[in-house]
Every structure is written in C-alpha cells, then in structure tokens.
Design a protein around this ligand. Structure first.
Ligand code: GLN
Length: 217
C-alpha cells in the first residue's frame, strides 16, 4: 500500500464519554475529518489515534475512570505519546496537579491548575480570546466554572491568556483549554488534534511497512 492510500482512512479520535459532553466534540471532530469514538472502558482505546477529554466535573470524571481502570490506561497511552485535547475538566485531568489538593488525574502536562478559578459568582461567561498560534481570528471562548493555569513548566507553551491568566497551552502533542471551544463552533483546536492524529497514524503505517520489509528479507 502506498503512503497516499494509507492516508485516505480517517483518523479515529476517541472522546471520553464517562461524564460530560460528547456530542459537540464528535461534531467538531467529524468536521475536522475524523471519526469520533465514544470511550467508556479501557478496551475502547484500541486503535485510537488521539483522544479528547471533555468538560464536565473533573472529580467525578477522575473517580469514575479510576474505578474502571480507564484512568490508568489513559495515563499509559498519553505517556506513550497519544495526542490529546483537554477542555475545561479535561484540562484539569491532564494537569500534573491542582492547587486544591489530591484528586485522581491522568497527568502528562507540566501544569498546575486552579479549579473554578474565575469565581463561582460569575460561573459562566463568553469572551473573545486571542490565540496567536491558531491565527488572527480570536476564539469565541465559552467559560463554564473554568479553571486557569496557575503554573506552567519550561516545556509548556501558554497559547492564550484571559484576565492575566493562562487559559490555553500546549506541550508536545497535548493541548488544553480552560474554555469550551466545541460550544461556539470553534474548530481550530479539533483540527490541530486531527492533524496530530493523522501524523501519528502515518508514522505508525510507515513503521509497519518497514517491519514488513525487514520481515520479508
Ligand atoms: N469546574 C469543573 C471542575 O472543576 C470544570 C467545569 C467544566 O468542565 N466546564 O471539574
């Protein structure tokens, strides 16, 4: 099979569906050229090229996923290089720690986050946020009891700030947003993830062909 043919298949991108939003992420992924797959158990991670960790309630999400073994499986896949996009509660579970103390996390990104950081009084709001890495057009960002990035390690690129606090960041193939890009029709974060998924799949195909060639010798 040539590389061009191998690339025709749409990448498979999981959306963690134990708690929180699935449908809007699936729609954004489909628009970006991927097949979205619901992830509820460790077995659902098989054959995925990337994953979205959606918003919701990070304590519930972590506890439910821990109970099924999914949290440990995700930790292993993400440590192994699987690209991931974490939005809001998804950003919290990808952090190495929260300021509020212990809760089950996946980790992977060298950030410390503050939960419900914008205050419970103004629990939700919408604001234009400039994300230069994605282009000139600001993101129409929907914040819902959102966290912010309190600390970021040297390997982390903070991509956007709101009210003086980091609200989007990238580290290698991991991207996080404190807001919900999927709720305003914003597609660029999902397009980035699908691009990473496609590259990873192409690299795996290339590795497989190399092994086949070596095996045939
Ligand atoms: N406040 C939630 C938490 O701390 C996150 C909210 C969200 O995902 N919209 O887990």
């Amino acid at each position: 099979m040539t590389k061009a043919v191998a690339s025709l298949g749409r990448p498979r991108v999981g959306v963690l569906a134990v708690q929180g939003a699935f449908a809007e992420h699936a729609r954004a992924l489909a628009a970006a050229g991927a097949d979205a797959v619901e992830v509820r158990a460790p077995a659902d991670l098989g054959g995925l090229d990337a994953i979205v960790l959606p918003g919701g309630e990070s304590t519930t999400l972590g506890l439910v996923a821990e109970g099924s073994g999914l949290l440990a499986a995700l930790r292993e896949r993400i440590a192994g290089g699987m690209p991931a996009l974490g939005t809001c509660a998804g950003m919290i579970v990808l952090a190495r720690a929260t300021t509020g103390g212990a809760q089950p996390l996946i980790g992977g990104m060298d950030i410390v986050v503050r939960r419900n950081a914008f205050g419970r009084q103004v629990a939700s709001f919408e604001a234009p946020v400039s994300v230069p890495a994605l282009g000139e057009q600001p993101v129409d960002a929907v914040f819902i009891r959102a966290p912010w990035i309190e600390e970021a390690g040297p390997g982390v690129e903070v991509l956007a700030e709101h009210a003086g606090h980091g609200v989007a960041a990238r580290q290698g193939d991991l991207m996080v947003t404190a807001f919900h890009p999927e709720l305003s029709g914003e597609r660029r974060f999902h397009e980035w993830l699908v691009g990473r998924a496609r590259d990873r799949r192409d690299a795996a195909d290339e590795g497989g062909r190399r092994r086949d060639r070596v095996g045939a010798q």
